[in-house]
Design a protein around this ligand. Structure first.
Ligand SMILES: C[S@@+](CC[C@H](N)C(=O)[O-])C[C@H]1O[C@@H](n2cnc3c(N)ncnc32)[C@H](O)[C@@H]1O
Length: 214
């Protein structure tokens, strides 16, 4: 069993929010500026951001490694769906929200088509440093020219806490993404609280970026 399967099975899912992400609400005007007809949500878990986005576009497509959150997503939100094979993955299909269940790196743009917008929260920070360059390249292969990516990251002293979530430095984001388009830092927020202090952190920044692809 991989670490994500055990985290879901044991309920160690502190990343899962009981409401829509506040940055998504705050910066949705950026993500939705060109009225995208489809939005991609990589490493989606069972986030409530999916139905929120689905109310604002025609189609939302997620990809998630573990079957448990995908099944729970459709059951908990009472969304009818069918299931069909899709290469190495399984496709959970609905009129407005599809989720590919399997490894993101086994999903290709030829299967999904290009997206006008991508929303990435808790995704790049879920990956070890050695996978991030490959992740950024693969992610951007799903975004249409002129499309928008809204990206939410965390940065802290990696020695103070073992991930995931991993710390992803501002310089790393710059290095991985700026070659693909106009990258803009929209917000940096200090989110240190008692819980994170008790985990050994003495600082943690959450950052929100927008990339508009060339
Ligand atoms: C930190 S969680 C974030 C979930 C979601 N974005 C949210 O905001 O609640 C990361 C998710 O990525 C999934 N995941 C990890 N590696 C993956 C991969 N290679 N392909 C697809 N999903 C993956 C995990 O199972 C987990 O549900």
């Amino acid at each position: 069993m991989n670490i994500w399967e055990s985290r879901w099975q044991e309920g160690r899912i502190g990343f899962h929010l009981p409401q829509v992400n506040t940055y998504l609400r705050r910066f949705s005007a950026h993500l939705l500026k060109s009225e995208p007809e489809n939005i991609f949500v990589p490493l989606c878990g069972k986030t409530l951001d999916l139905p929120w986005l689905a109310n604002r576009t025609k189609k939302v497509v997620g990809v998630e490694l573990v079957s448990q959150p995908v099944e729970e997503f459709y059951a908990e939100n009472k969304i009818a769906h069918s299931i069909q094979p899709a290469g190495k993955l399984q496709l959970f299909k609905n009129d407005s929200i599809d989720i590919y269940q399997g490894d993101f790196f086994d999903l290709s743009q030829e299967q999904t088509g290009l997206f006008a917008a991508i929303y990435d929260r808790g995704s790049i920070v879920a990956l070890a440093q050695s996978e991030r360059q490959k992740y950024a390249e693969h992610l951007l292969s799903f975004l249409a020219p002129g499309g928008r990516l809204l990206l939410i990251t965390l940065e802290y002293e990696q020695e103070q806490m073992s991930g995931p979530p991993f710390s992803v430095a501002d310089a790393e984001i710059e290095m991985f993404f700026s070659q693909y388009g106009k990258l803009e830092l929209l917000e940096t927020c200090d989110i240190l609280d008692e819980r994170l202090r008790n985990k050994g952190l003495d600082g943690i920044l959450e950052r929100v970026y927008q990339l508009v692809k060339y």
